[in-house]
Write a protein that binds this ligand. Sequence first.
Ligand SMILES: Cc1cc2nc3c(=O)[nH]c(=O)nc-3n(C[C@H](O)[C@H](O)[C@H](O)COP(=O)(O)O)c2cc1C
Length: 165
Amino acid sequence: MLDIIKTRRSIRKFKPEKIEDSTIEKIIEMGTWAPSGLNNQPWRFVIVKGKETKDKLAQQTKYSHIIENAPVCVAVFLDNAASYDRVKDIQAIGACLQNMLLAIHAMGLGGVWLGEILKRRKEVEKLLGVPEPCELMAVIALGKPAEEKGEGRRKPIEQVILSRR
Ligand SMILES: Cc1cc2nc3c(=O)[nH]c(=O)nc-3n(C[C@H](O)[C@H](O)[C@H](O)COP(=O)(O)O)c2cc1C
């Protein structure tokens, strides 16, 4: 687990090979094993594989090339109808997204969390036809990795620990 956390990198280039539905569903299932306040599980998902919808989704972000190149994208939403505390619900969605990225990596696939697309959140929600209370939180683009990345970079923990008391 520690190795999976540390070796996960954002993958933005993918091989054209298809990803099995069962694999996509496994990744989403792993997302749903994230903790949530009161176990309210406020996450909802739309799987985007069809070229037409995927191309339209790609047009909603300056990172269009990543979405176009990915065999599948998963859009992740907060269902405001299931929400009980906005900050905590958004934190739970973050945990869900990270679980998905770790599962993707553990399965030998690659993925990236796309947030810039939130600038056109309303357009994406309309395009994907989600119910009104569903609010876009991020899109994960994933597939078989077509790039190899070295070690990531993080600040040393001494820079981020404020104090020891
Ligand atoms: C909230 C959030 C939004 C992000 N948005 C984007 C994005 O729109 N486009 C992109 O290419 N990467 C995006 N990323 C990925 C980050 O750039 C990446 O995680 C960071 O540079 C660290 O690299 P690593 O994931 O390889 O460790 C986002 C990550 C997070 C957590």
